[in-house]
Write a protein that binds this ligand. Sequence first.
Ligand code: GDP
Length: 302
Amino acid sequence: LVRLRARLSRSQNTLGKGLLTLLSREHLDEDTWEEIEDTLLTADVGVGPTQELVERLRERVKVLGTRTPEELRTLLREELLTLVGPDMDRTVHTETKGPVDRPGVVLVVGVNGTGKTTTTGKLARVLVADGKSVVLGAADTFRAAAADQLQTWGKRVGAHTVRGPEGGDPASVAFDAVKEGTEENADVVLIDTAGRLHTKTGLMDELGKVKRVVEKQGPVDEVLLVLDATTGQNGLVQARVFAEVVDITGIVLTKLDGTAKGGIVVAVQRELGVPVKLVGLGEGPDDLAPFEPDAFVDALVD
Ligand code: GDP
């Protein structure tokens, strides 16, 4: 796994630097506070969290009186960390909640193009490196290349891929993958699903069915929603739609390498009440990292 902090600092620290520069002004007048607010909103932190943070900063700066740059940095670091939620459970649950002879089952959901298949492959790689045996389920039967792409990842990392006919029933592929995983005594089954958002009812039916069919064989242990960090408010709309269909248990924020708008971490957690568990930092096999609030905030303010 890559070091989150080192990889993030280049793209993210414009937010922290901007805030520190503004907070360092001798007179923190209303215009400056507005600029601070704008800086946070531009980074996709979201209206509610932005207002909370600004309020806290105003209070603390007032108490502090004269501010050294180091004091400001510490203060900002603490407040950003509180906002990011240092105590949320960010474990990706790959162990089964069911009988011990069953594999853990992880559903990977999200709109096409967000990086679902890539994330599934990267996650398989991490699990295999951790000594786990993994079966991949290519339940995205609608995007022609998706199953091939997943199978390529499977071959690369040493995981067996279960796939169906193109255009076939995603739920049946998901079912077969769990069955195969159980028969093979695999530790984890990762299921890549289709994310066609053009009709919400279509998605509801399809994804709901995948989950129901998988649950016939045992519990789903983790439902990861993959969101593209560069899509901002659109990502939040997508998140809401998916949360209506399945109980999301964790968020994977991809393409954080391509945006300075890391505030989306805060916004999406707030929106769904679910932690960001993993982040994508590039297209390569090693570019998936656990989300660590401390390292993230360090990358923002250092
Ligand atoms: P899917 O349709 O959701 O399964 O999306 P894919 O997994 O095919 O990914 C879509 C594109 O995004 C591909 O070109 C990936 O290489 C790219 N991608 C996925 N994750 C990341 C990431 O964390 N950073 C960057 N820069 N690109 C990514």
